[in-house]
Design a protein around this ligand. Structure first.
Ligand code: MSP
Length: 478
């Protein structure tokens, strides 16, 4: 049955250009969006950029640019990276856009009207890198453990959100599974956060000048996280006089990594409850990865630019390589050396070789596709589809690779290249069997490798199959 499916990625900070951490989440969301579209669901896929706040403003100063000019440039880099990776989003929301501005105004006024905002003083610590208030307890040797920097001491007037009024309700919704937090370990992690106790949080900042003013006190700007979370509704027309918002909200899935779990699993639902909007149905929190065992960072010089991967391997292979390295829900290590190895084994020697030698043999022996034959459907295909639907991308890709290997093995065993003209009937059967598998593989890889999928489907469509350029040239041949 077809249904609507609304999926989002986090909106990425534009303090720096995109890296493969951002690409990892965005490719995963694109795979799900494509998988749902392909099975007939009506899909809305939202991504975008988080452009306000102290961190971005500081980066603009370092770059010697006006903030707006700076964010325009970096936001463009994200769009380019997503184009190179063949990401098919339905909207790219920027928090400096008028539609976001308008929606945030409507939301904040509703929040005020719900009596869940009050004025107070904030005195404490703030980590600009995390864009969050931080407690003494969280510090390691006086520094933020994530950014290894001393937080700023702040004393200012803030408006606060009465999180404590909604906390029991949020907890109950998570415990009961009405709002799913996946995988199970992350649900446990969130429930653990409730045990540590939770305080009201600021919705505005007095001293951060790069942001959206609070409608009822223009001397304050809305706290960047509160504003950023609203991209999930501003990106689908919240506050506009149209049906668009009610058509898509609530989100079917928010995808992110564990670094921003608390904001999404606790703060965001509480804000939505306060204004009376339904909560996202599901949130999937994937793992964080390191590069060759080390945290990815500018100072270590090990940051991987997704465009470099696309230049080297092409967009489809890059998508495959990113999602096949380790299970999506777990932390993992990305090994640069594995990229070449896996490209050659799975794609060049695996899929590429299967397709090229089958097409060659079909052309040579004048064997075409039996168009009356339905594509193969069996348990393996069903299992792989279930795995994709449930975020088990690496398992799905392993399953697909299994089918590729099986088809290659069958071809080796049957060795149709050894057949004589008298074996024509046998040759036809063997090659049509393999081409059936190839068509099934083309279907299954579609969400991961859309270009390759289409090329194969077109090549293996009619009464005559022609050989074409190789799909994945071996790296040494390039
Ligand atoms: N702007 C906020 C999000 C606001 S959403 C309402 C933000 N931006 S971010 O640029 O820091 O992006 C964080 C996200 O990027 C992570 O949650 C994850 O999706 C992705 N990743 C960044 N580095 C990553 C890794 N090293 N590994 C896996 N994912 C990574 O937080």
């Amino acid at each position: 049955m077809s249904r609507k499916y609304y999926i989002t990625t986090p909106i990425y900070y534009v303090n720096d250009k995109p890296h493969i951490g951002h690409a990892y989440t965005t490719v995963a969301a694109d795979v799900l969006a494509r998988w749902h579209r392909h099975r007939g669901d009506e899909v809305f896929f939202l991504t975008g950029t988080d452009e306000h706040g102290a961190k971005v403003a500081e980066s603009a100063v370092e770059a010697g640019q006006e903030p707006q000019e700076f964010v325009n440039e970096v936001a463009k880099l994200f769009r380019i990276a997503w184009k190179n990776l063949n990401i098919k989003y339905d909207n790219f929301i920027r928090t400096t856009s008028p539609e976001h501005h308008r929606a945030v105004g409507v939301f904040i006024n509703k929040l005020k009207a719900s009596n869940s905002i009050y004025e107070d003083k904030y005195e404490g610590l703030y980590c600009v890198g995390c864009e969050k208030f931080i407690t003494e307890k969280e510090l390691v040797e006086g520094k933020c453990p994530v950014h290894n920097k001393k937080p700023k001491k702040i004393k200012e007037k803030n408006y606060f959100f009465k999180l404590t009024d909604y906390i029991e309700q949020v907890k109950e919704l998570i415990v009961s599974g009405k709002m799913k937090i996946l995988p199970e370990e992350r649900k446990k992690e969130v429930l653990g956060l409730f045990e540590q106790g939770m305080e009201d949080f600021s919705v505005s900042r007095e001293k951060v000048k790069w942001g959206i003013p609070l409608p009822f006190d223009k001397k304050q700007n809305i706290y960047v996280w509160v504003e950023a979370l609203q991209n999930y509704i501003s990106g689908i027309g919240y506050g506009e006089p149209s049906e668009k918002f009610s058509k898509w909200w609530p989100a079917d899935c928010h995808i992110m990594a564990k670094d921003i779990l608390k904001f999404h699993a606790i703060y965001w639902p509480a804000l939505l409850l306060a204004v009376g909007e339904p909560l996202p149905k599901e949130q999937f929190i994937h793992g964080f990865f390191t590069i060759d065992g080390k945290k990815m960072s500018k100072s270590l010089g090990n940051v991987i630019n997704p465009n470099d991967l696309v230049n080297q391997y092409g967009s489809d292979a890059t998508r495959y390589l990113l999602l096949s390295q380790f299970p999506f829900g777990q932390d993992g290590d990305v090994k640069k050396s594995l990229f070449d190895e896996k490209y050659n084994s799975d794609l060049a020697n695996g899929l590429g070789n299967l397709v090229s030698r089958t097409a060659n043999l079909m052309e040579k022996n004048d064997v075409g596709i039996d168009t009356a034959q339905q594509p193969i459907s069996n348990d393996k295909v069903d299992i792989i589809n279930k795995q994709i639907e449930h975020y088990r991308f690496d398992e799905a890709l392993k399953g697909i690779y299994g089918i590729i290997s099986q088809a290659n093995k069958y071809l080796d065993e049957q060795a149709p290249w050894k057949h004589t003209p008298d074996d024509k009937e046998k040759t036809t059967i063997v090659l049509q069997n393999v081409s059936d598998w190839i068509k099934t593989i083309a279907e299954l890889i579609y969400p991961f490798m859309p270009i390759t999928s289409r090329r194969i489907s077109q090549q293996f469509a009619g009464p005559s199959v022609k050989k074409e350029d190789g799909l994945f040239p071996r790296l040494s041949d390039k």
